[in-house]
Design a protein around this ligand. Structure first.
Ligand code: B12
Length: 294
């Protein structure tokens, strides 16, 4: 990996550059790529706990790991692989969907794993977009085109990540709350949940309480997930839960919440059964709540 690439991984691990890429995701991606022979040495950051290295395997136990993470790469492919990660990062940042799609396809053809492309280029790039927006260097149109570029790659990666022969282990209804149109984080959770064997009903974005209620009646899910990315839309969690209670449906399923500004503390105050900061832990939380894992 180039110096720039490693700097990004190190920064993400130390949460210097961003607080949005969870450490465990970075560690899992690095671990997995090491295991399959992509990097010539193992990265053991100080913050690592023995459990972190096992996270990915625990979460995706039922999925063919070789396909998910990528096969062993030959030395000749190494530099092109590094370039692909760098270029994917840059073109996503610039919102150029065509090269993002082409690079994603090329990466896969070279045997790079979909999760490597996701966690080492696409997500860090979107994190940088958020940082640039905060510092006033990017405006909404730039954010939008970057998100579209990432979604172009996600269309290709989604079926590969979700691929599993497992029977559904539970039903999950997911939606972004009313007033909020952020759906990348939610969709990532959906992909991981489907990959882990859940039947997923995606209600989309800007979902009002009555649509959540209709969906609960229609699909009888084991778990309902609500996503919010704005501090101004987070209060919809409470309103939705109250509406669900009023409709007499609260005891039928577990309710979990998430999204960039959401915390465990906030989830507790709105009466949710759980909160998870990222897609991996959403799968683990869901399995825990349903008694599938301890
Ligand atoms: C892309 C983006 C957009 C795109 C969204 C495109 C799309 N299709 O999603 C567009 C351009 C449309 C947009 C619009 C706006 N945005 Co915006 N956006 C972002 C940005 C850059 C990235 C968000 C993202 O997708 N991240 C990638 C994913 C992977 O993030 P993630 O948090 O890691 O996701 C994980 C967890 O959250 C969790 N999770 C997510 N959902 C759920 C659900 C459950 C149940 C669980 C358990 C877990 C879970 O799992 C996910 C996967 O690991 C963020 C900045 C940031 N760093 O978050 C701003 C950001 C969220 N946006 C922001 C703002 C202000 C806006 C606008 C109001 C701007 C404007 N002035 O118009 C509008 C609001 C539009 C609306 N009504 O919703 C602010 C919010 C500030 C705040 N505190 O409220 C942010 C934080 C930028 C900033 N730093 O100021 N945005």
């Amino acid at each position: 990996m180039t110096a720039k690439g490693w700097a990004r991984v190190r920064a993400a691990i130390r949460h210097e550059e961003t607080d949005r890429v969870p450490t465990e995701n970075i560690l899992a991606a690095v671990d997995a790529t090491h295991e399959f022979g992509v990097y010539p040495f193992k990265l053991v950051p100080k913050s690592r706990t023995p459990d972190q290295g096992r996270l990915l395997e625990e979460t995706y136990g039922s999925i063919k790991m070789g396909r998910l993470i990528g096969s062993r790469l030959g030395e000749a492919n190494m530099s092109r692989q590094e370039e692909i990660l760098d270029q994917l990062y840059e073109h996503t940042l610039d919102g150029e969907v065509e090269p993002v799609v082409e690079l994603t396809q090329e990466g896969l053809e070279l045997g790079m794993g979909p999760l490597v492309l996701l966690f080492e280029a696409l997500i860090p790039s979107l994190e940088e977009v958020g940082r640039l927006f905060e510092s006033g260097e990017y405006f909404v149109p730039e954010m939008l085109v970057a998100a579209r570029a990432m979604q172009g790659a996600m269309e290709i990666l989604k079926p590969l990540i979700a691929e599993t022969g497992a029977k559904p282990i539970g039903k999950f209804v997911m939606g972004t709350v009313k007033g909020d149109i952020h759906d990348i984080g939610k969709n990532l959770c959906n992909i991981m949940l489907e990959g882990a064997g859940f039947e997923l009903i995606n209600l989309g974005v800007n979902v009002p309480p009555e649509v959540f209620i209709e969906a609960i009646k229609e699909h009888q899910p084991d778990v309902l997930g609500m996503s919010a990315f704005l501090t101004s839309t987070m209060p919809m969690f409470k309103r939705n839960i109250e509406a669900i209670e009023k409709a007499g449906l609260r005891d039928q399923m577990k309710i979990i919440v998430g999204g960039a500004p959401v915390t465990q503390e906030y989830a507790d105050t709105v009466g949710a059964d759980g909160y998870a900061p990222d897609a991996n832990s959403t799968v683990r939380l869901t399995k825990k709540l349903l008694g599938i894992i301890e």
